[in-house]
Ligand binder design. Structure first.
Ligand code: ISE
Length: 336
């Protein structure tokens, strides 16, 4: 793209969509939001006003087709992601699609095949932890060989308050999808099987999951533990550690300093994901914008989006059967 400023179209102006819009307008070089769409038109108009009077669309297809829109950011509800991503690919537009890429592996595979049909990567998936400094420092230390071969991956993902509508299925596809991606990305290999244990919130909501633990086995035989608490009541935390042949690396899990005073030790804990990953979201969209001038998209790909859902579906089968489940994926296309 020769022009200086990338004109971005945004689908979805909820919490993450409005955060991306603010980052694009206020904290990113080389981009501006020129058009937005949301089924909540009041919300869409509010975000458009904050984007220097961006155009407001009622129909996502019309926004995607707008010739004045160079690139698309999809931040709508999870079940709409795959179809919108495919429409962007077919329109020849770069797209940053919020996680998950889809809610099923089959839908994510449709996105893969749309990219394969054009023969180039147009999609970056919103696994923003790849841009988090604590995760990148751990990743770089592990890749330096500091602890030899990685033998065990462990992640802890703590949400502050339970969203009662989140069933075990959506906890896996909406929240634990981050940890599944982190496991694949940091370990550098695929997951071959998964076993899920989970605790429902209460009898009135038998499929609502407050706590879930996923045990995985990687293709090399390395093991992993992905632990989730959806209703901590105290704050938001995400940490990762990898045990290797000669040591263990742990992510810097507390961005706040600790205070020793009057016989106690205290440390602030971030309230929720926008605060914990504030810098990662900025770096994520900046990397996306910077790559638009290059031939292919960079960062987490549609293949990463697909494989995270392949693992998620094995997790959902395990949650339903109470048994470990193996993963089943298509062969990795050369494009990825
Ligand atoms: C939310 O959608 C996110 O993407 C957050 O990063 C994650 O921590 C949270 O569990 C999800 O619900």
């Amino acid at each position: 793209m020769s022009k200086e400023t990338v004109h971005v179209g945004l689908i979805g102006t909820g919490a993450i969509g409005s955060l991306h819009a603010e980052n694009l307008m206020r904290r990113t070089r080389g981009a501006t939001v020129v058009a937005v769409m949301d089924i909540d038109q009041e919300r869409a108009h509010a975000v458009a006003a904050a984007c220097d009077g961006a155009r407001v669309y009622v129909d996502a297809g019309d926004l995607i087709a707008d010739p004045a829109v160079d690139a698309m950011l999809i931040a709508s509800t999870d079940r709409t992601h795959a179809d919108f991503a495919i429409a962007c690919i077919e329109a020849g537009k770069r797209v940053l699609c919020e996680k998950p890429l889809a809610t099923t592996a089959a839908d994510a595979e449709r996105v893969l095949r749309a990219e394969l049909a054009v023969g180039r990567r147009l999609v970056q998936v919103g696994f923003m932890r790849e841009y988090d400094h604590a995760h990148r420092d751990l990743y770089d230390l592990l890749k330096s060989g500091a602890i030899g071969a990685a033998l065990k991956f462990r992640s802890v993902h703590i949400n502050p308050r339970f969203v009662r509508e989140l069933t075990i299925d959506s906890v896996i596809t909406n929240s634990l999808i981050h940890d599944i991606h982190s496991a694949r990305w940091i370990m550098g290999e695929e997951i071959s099987s998964a076993y899920v244990q989970w605790a429902p919130v209460d009898r009135a909501h038998p499929r609502s999951a407050r706590l879930a633990d996923i045990q995985v086995i990687f293709e090399s035989g390395a093991i992993g533990s992905l632990e989730y608490n959806g209703d901590s009541g105290y704050g938001y935390e995400v940490t990762v550690e990898v045990t290797g042949e000669t040591g263990k690396v742990e992510s810097a899990s507390h961005p706040s300093p600790s205070l020793r005073q009057a016989g106690s030790l205290s440390r602030a804990i971030t309230p929720n994901w926008p605060q914990r990953f504030a810098h990662a979201y900025i770096d994520e969209v900046q990397a996306w914008i910077d790559a638009i001038g290059q031939k292919d998209a960079t960062g987490p790909s549609a293949w990463d989006g697909y494989m995270s859902l392949v693992v998620a579906e094995a997790c959902i089968r395990s949650a339903e059967t109470g048994q470990p489940q193996t993963t089943h994926a298509i062969e990795k296309p050369a494009l990825y």
